[in-house]
Ligand binder design. Structure first.
Ligand code: SF4
Length: 195
């Protein structure tokens, strides 16, 4: 008989304890909850994800040559010894830059992007963000300027508190679900749909 206890779809996360990741939290608080404890045993990088990483590197190299700092680490202390951590794609004293790659250039600016850049602006005190939206197929780039909105940053801080509560109780059922395209590619969907 096959010993099923030796087959694992998920492993313990390699993450540092008490850290919440801004990008995942803004993407989906439930996903941040699951990622805090687990990671998929094998991570298969889809072609579009690989292309996205490659495009990031190309643009970041060029921004660095233009005087931007890249991969800028930020963190913010939260309650119960937790902290929010993240890495901004690029920044100078006037604005931050976040690179997003998309299938079609004229798709809408996503709420998770707005939340993410507002959190970075809140932490750094820089009041302007530029979203560089790149169409993966063509390399065409569109830029959108976003002014700091403290309400959006506040929304993320409230979500972080909810996720901390969920982590401490090991119960994600009260966290909001996305119920949109994000769930389609989420590794945790099989757990998430149960509550
Ligand atoms: S399935 Fe959807 S709601 Fe659940 S964790 Fe994933 S993205 Fe979030």
């Amino acid at each position: 008989m096959l010993d099923l206890s030796r087959i694992k779809l998920f492993e313990d996360t390699p993450r540092k304890p008490n850290e919440l990741h801004i990008s995942t939290l803004c993407y989906c608080p439930r996903k941040e909850f699951f990622s805090y404890f687990f990671k998929p045993a094998i991570q298969v990088l889809r072609d579009d994800v690989l292309a996205g990483k490659y495009i990031h590197r190309i643009i970041q190299d060029q921004l660095e040559q233009m005087g931007y700092k890249v991969e800028v680490e930020v963190s913010l202390d939260l309650k119960d010894n937790f902290k929010l951590v993240g890495r901004i794609d690029a920044a100078n004293p006037d604005h931050i830059v976040e690179i997003k790659t998309v299938r079609e250039l004229y798709s809408p600016v996503l709420i998770q992007w707005i939340l993410q850049v507002n959190t970075y602006m809140h932490i750094t005190g820089i009041k302007k963000a530029i979203l560089l939206i790149v169409e993966r197929q063509t390399g065409e780039i569109h830029q959108r300027e976003i002014e700091y909105d403290s309400n959006k940053a506040e929304e993320v801080l409230n979500l972080a508190e909810e996720v901390i509560k969920a982590i401490k109780m090991k119960d994600f059922s009260h966290l909001p679900k996305c119920q949109d395209n994000r769930c389609k590619y989420c590794s945790f969907e099989m757990f998430c749909r149960k509550a």
